[in-house]
Design a protein around this ligand. Sequence first.
Ligand code: NAP
Length: 328
Amino acid sequence: MGFSVCVSRAPLAERRSLSHLIPYSSKQRPFRSLRIRAIDAAQAFDSETRQKESLEKRKALKIGVVGFGNFGQFLTKRFVESGHRVIATSRTNYSETAKNLGASFFCDADDFCEEHPDVVIFCTSILSLEATMQAFPFQRLRRNTLFCDVLSVKQFPKQLFLRYLPEHFDVLCLHPMFGPDSGKESWKDLPLVYDRVRIGSEDSRSDRCARLLQFFELRGCRMVEMSCEEHDRQAASSQFITHTVGRMLGTMELAETTISTKGFQSLLSLVDNTYHDSFDLYYGLFVYNENASAELARLELAFDQVKGQLFRRLHELIRSQQFGDSSR
Ligand code: NAP
């Protein structure tokens, strides 16, 4: 930030009478001493910065994260980086972690709600969502608070929100289809699925929802608007299968070799992106997506078919070696 320096001159008559004295001695100088009169150059810049800051502030949301585990912390870090204010609550006391991430932590859900966040995002495990909602003091929030979740299944939280939340709360279901491993570096082109389940018609409410979605968009996510039902149909054959195969390979304890091919390295990275997630998460994908068990059965059938092909051919070979021409 700089300032402008204003050189104040002597009155005109005095200046004329002194003009022959240039160059000046310190005594005879026609100019009064240099004085800082104004910081006008900086003011223009400052007011611009201030306006920008106040605009950013108006765009910034106060986001309440419920469930401050792996994913809750992952999201919080990015919210804070993007200038949003984050408060959090969880079963475990994460005060220190929250402080390190630039968020405030409330052990007590009542205190959390009395902070009146604009948005409340449930980042609990799929399995604990219902119990957490049942114990959650909604009545302490401002009317029309925006409720979101990031669960990896979508029909289930949507149904719970519609069952437990008073009519005057807005509901936006989200699924960032990436996590602390796959979205560690950049979110560019990673899918963010969303369903505006219930957003009030006032401008302020649709604007708040848009500002939250914009956070993901500005980070480069591929924004996919999709109903929760369609999400679960598609996710069962993609995400659940990915997690299942990743878990199977992780259970095999595959490790890098000196002759690893690109294909093998993709398998290792699949293990990396899935195997570190909690088993609760994986189990939730199975139990709370009505399409998951059918996909698991298909996977099992496919495995049996592939294995069957191998053994049929091997048996044929052994049989022909065993019995040779005599079998004909
Ligand atoms: P998670 O094991 O699915 O969930 C951990 C969170 O659930 C923690 O905040 C934990 O609280 C809370 N929790 C677990 N059991 C609880 C209980 N009985 N009562 C109250 N709270 C309980 O692991 P996560 O990876 O952090 O996932 C969180 C959510 O994000 C899940 O719904 C998941 O589907 C979704 N998601 C995850 C990913 C991912 O890649 N990890 C990606 C997209 C979406 P405490 O820590 O306080 O115990």
